[in-house]
Ligand binder design. Sequence first.
Ligand code: FAD
Length: 345
Amino acid sequence: MGAGLGGLLCGRILQERGLKVTILEQAEEPGGALRSFMADGIRFDTGFHSVGGLGSGEPLEKIFRPLGLMNLPWEQSEPDEFIRTSLPFLRLNSFWEEEIQHVAKPYEKSVWRLDGGGKCFVDALSEGLDIRCGKKVVEIQDGTASCEDGSSFKADVVIADLHPRTCFSLVKDHVRPAYLKRLFRMSDGPEILTTHIILKEGTVPFVNHSIFIGRQVMIHFGEKDEKGFARSIDLLSFREGEGPSPEEMISVAQERLPSLGANALKYWQESSGGSAYGILKHSRADYIAPATPIPWLFLTGQSIGLHGILGTSVSALNTCKSIKIWSPERAMASPFPEGKDLGKG
Ligand SMILES: Cc1cc2nc3c(=O)[nH]c(=O)nc-3n(C[C@H](O)[C@H](O)[C@H](O)COP(=O)(O)OP(=O)(O)OC[C@H]3O[C@@H](n4cnc5c(N)ncnc54)[C@H](O)[C@@H]3O)c2cc1C
């Protein structure tokens, strides 16, 4: 359930291991936070800007390569500049030392962006998967997901790439109250506001890495034209209280791009519509296991373990591994038959 990064990756990994996978997605297209959209002929990304850990032998490369995702047009960013400007921001956003190690540290080794953005990534990730869009799950019971349009789907194993609280508000099977109490007590991280800007042609030189101005604003360069100028720019900021207006964000960004205001042809603001990174983790005690008290139900996504593209991918792999641990009696639900060592959890 859910064709975000977590759901799509679980689908691909399990399908490669011989399981039959169907993904139910409420939206009209897959991708979740990684969706792209077009405005005035320019592609804008929502939650896909820069990624760490893709260099040879690094954690994300190990997950993406077997799925053919390393054949995409990845571009390595200039790491020195990125790290100098972004690492303090990434660290401030992670409270849990283990999360810092896994999510922020890989950025120290290499940073990447994708020429083609989120759409290109989601298209490649969705390849060969049976994804049913427009299927909003409204009830989950006894391995059956029932959708708003009256259809229902039964499976031996159900994976929820939904916010865990959303998932358990739909589950009708009995779940022990202590599990639910802990889940519903956990708080979410902040929302992100994005100001999307279409630039006057040939005015702002394209830069292939994001620029962070403290914790206030992240500047992300969008599409590049043939002459090496940016066609668009996104400014991202956490919403704290009311949150900064588009004009305030532009004014902060002008510290690094003084002519931005004068060259912004058109701009508008959008919100991530809820927490950008899911459940906040202050310590290891906030870890949510992919296996749930219901033997056939598993969780994945950014609220489980780690957040971001790297963290969500690692979580997806852990979810797939957990299926073997929690369903040992089902031979077909054993996607890692050679991985006996995974059994220790
Ligand atoms: C503005 C922004 C910028 C970001 N920038 C970066 C970045 O530069 N680098 C980075 O590494 N990470 C970035 N991230 C984080 C990254 O995008 C996310 O961590 C990741 O995409 C989360 O994937 P997910 O599968 O956990 O969740 P989601 O993408 O939210 O997927 C959940 C899916 O489930 C579907 N769904 C929900 N309810 C139902 C239901 N009832 N029935 C059926 N389907 C349902 C949703 O429609 C959605 O498609 C950014 C996030 C945001 C918001």
